[in-house]
Design a protein around this ligand. Structure first.
Ligand code: ADP
Ligand code: NI
Length: 220
């Protein structure tokens, strides 16, 4: 298969795998991340083949969906071999996916190359703004989390294990991850988009406090 055919086959495969998800990690999330990643890639001069593959495959082995905390990527790796992607490219794609995820407020997640930078930015942009708010509450609902909890302050997770074990309310998740993302963008284009989406989330929270009587001091 040539590159175009590999991308098309990967798209069909991922679409089929992620169709039924109700945690905010559905096919449309993958499609938005790919579109944004390719847009950023054009600005940054990143390789669109590596970016496209990494974006398409980035959530297939996510612990939030599979429940597997080992950090291994069996489904993505198997697919890349099956699609006939050459070894060095497959290794780059898998390395990007392994580094991508947010791992707690106190944990750095550096990317090794420009391709990784744009895929990480695209995934993080999809976690903020209006779509980010929608996905956070969808995820919280799918996991049985509280919308908000007047008794619990947010936590600054110092390790990946601590972050992955958390069962915070969705409003606390804004303070534990979503509001931190605008300062963690890798590229200038993503940073500009993030600023606007960040303001929108802040406005949402102000309105939420007004309607619910939740004390914003709890979340400071
Ligand atoms: P990442 O790999 O950085 O976690 P994903 O593409 O997997 O990014 O998206 C994670 C999604 O799950 C986000 O939309 C985020 O809001 C949601 N999420 C994760 N943890 C929680 C939580 N504790 N409460 C609510 N939403 C959460
Ligand atoms: Ni994602």
């Amino acid at each position: 298969m040539d590159k175009k055919q590999i991308i098309a086959a990967t798209e069909r495969f991922v679409r089929e795998q992620m169709q039924a998800d109700a945690t905010g990690h559905d096919w449309l999330h993958v499609e938005r991340v790919r579109r944004m990643a390719l847009r950023l890639a054009a600005h940054e001069g990143a390789d669109p083949f590596v970016v496209g593959l990494a974006a398409l495959l980035h959530d297939l082995d996510d612990y939030k969906i599979t429940g597997d905390l080992s950090g291994e990527l069996p489904r993505a790796a198997r697919w890349l071999a099956r699609a006939g992607v050459d070894e060095p490219t497959a290794r780059r794609v898998l390395d990007i996916i392994a580094r991508l995820s947010f791992k707690g407020a106190g944990v750095a997640t550096p990317m090794a190359d420009v391709e990784g930078c744009v895929v990480q930015d695209a995934d993080r942009l999809d976690a903020i703004g209006a779509i980010g708010i929608a996905r956070a509450f969808a995820y919280g609902g799918a996991r049985g989390r509280a919308l908000y909890d007047p008794q619990a302050a947010p936590v600054r997770h110092a390790s990946e294990q601590e972050y992955k074990r958390n069962s915070s309310s969705t409003v606390n998740h804004f303070y534990e991850k979503l509001l931190l993302l605008k300062d963690r963008m890798n590229t200038p284009t993503a940073r500009a988009i993030a600023q606007q989406r960040h303001r929108y989330m802040e406005e949402f929270l102000v309105q939420l406090y007004e309607e619910t009587g939740l004390d914003p001091a709890l979340t400071d």
